[in-house]
Design a protein around this ligand. Structure first.
Ligand code: BDR
Ligand code: CA
Length: 323
């Protein structure tokens, strides 16, 4: 079978980086390009981090373009306190060998979609400003992209960046509303499933004991992130796998064991701004004026299978590499 061709759209970020490491180790996917976006860090630094991680994986030929620097209708806000000011847990990594690709991430997405219609699958693990902007610029885009998998939102309306707002949606609710309702096949991987899919002490120890470059890098960048999350987990070292799980589901949709096809809208008002609102009524209730577009909302996943797969891929040499 042909490998899936992925375009990654990310605010790279600690868990975005682990998602790249994971995908780079899957022979059944090909990372065609990365676009960066504001979010965890500013967009140029996110692109720089993408290049760092790609180069670590020997993917020097994959372009990493800088994308939108701010949300559509609110001020820029970054999350250095979660990901470190460098987005990589304040680990003082050397600069990447390559500079920016020179193309804007939105232009890159639109260009690739037209070059190979129906081929590319987008994995978006940051605020959705690039995708929303691309939709505003090009009405053909939804029929050119094969699928979109996003890490964002939550089915039960619980947030992390705000009481009801998951960070990626909360950083740009206007863009998220466009992306959920563009009419492309879209899967939402929200906090409900990412918060229960975790690396805990045994998995962290297995990764720390491994000699592969990707395991060493992951162990280094995770330390700061684990310290932040320890405050939510009673001092325990636990890493929720937000972006890696979305990457895993994009590569292997059978990881989702229960899902709902539902209309998803994003609150843009008041204290619920950034909340994903899922219409859980059955799809056939068109009398209520509901006709989609529908999002496949992941409700349950095979967390153990994914965690084992992730640990295996981080701790074994990359395919085609002897280390
Ligand atoms: C999401 O927000 C970011 O901090 C993470 O990288 C992830 O994409 C989790 O809410
Ligand atoms: Ca992210």
């Amino acid at each position: 079978m042909e490998p899936r061709s992925l375009i990654l759209d990310m605010d790279v970020g600690v868990d975005d980086s682990v998602a790249i490491l994971y995908l780079a180790a899957r022979p059944d996917v090909r990372i065609a390009a990365v676009g960066s976006v504001h979010g965890n860090v500013e967009a140029p630094l996110a692109a720089e981090n993408a290049r760092r991680v790609l180069e670590l994986c020997g993917l020097d030929d994959v372009p990493a373009a800088t994308g939108c620097w701010r949300p559509m209708a609110q001020e820029l806000a970054t999350a250095g306190w979660v990901h470190g000011e460098d987005g990589l847990g304040n680990t003082n990594q050397p600069p990447p060998r390559r500079g920016p690709s020179g193309e804007h991430a939105v232009a890159q997405l639109i260009r690739l979609a037209h070059e190979r219609p129906g081929i590319y699958e987008v994995v978006a693990t940051g605020p959705l400003t690039n995708l929303g902007t691309a939709l505003v610029m090009d009405r053909e885009l939804p029929r050119l992209i094969r699928s979109v998998t996003i890490m964002g939102g939550s089915a039960d309306g619980v947030g992390n960046a705000a009481p009801f707002g998951e960070a990626n949606i909360w950083h740009d609710p206007e863009a998220a509303e466009l992306v959920f309702n563009a009419g492309w096949p879209i899967t939402m991987v929200g906090l409900d499933v990412t918060m229960v899919t975790r690396l805990e002490e045994p998995e962290l120890a297995a990764i720390a004991a491994a000699a592969t470059p990707q395991a060493r890098f992951a162990t280094a960048i995770l330390q700061h992130y684990l310290g932040v999350y320890a405050k939510s987990f009673g001092g325990r070292r636990i890493c929720p796998l937000h972006d890696p799980l979305a990457a895993g589901i994009a590569a292997d949709p059978t990881l989702v064991t229960s899902a709902l096809d539902a209309e998803v809208h994003v609150s843009r008002d008041g204290e619920t701004r950034g909340m994903t609102m899922i219409d859980r009524r059955p799809k056939y209730m068109e009398a209520e004026g509901r006709r989609g577009p529908f999002t496949r909302v992941a409700l349950q996943v095979d967390s153990q299978r994914f965690v084992d797969d992730l640990v295996g891929r981080l701790t074994r040499p990359l395919p085609g590499r002897p280390d």
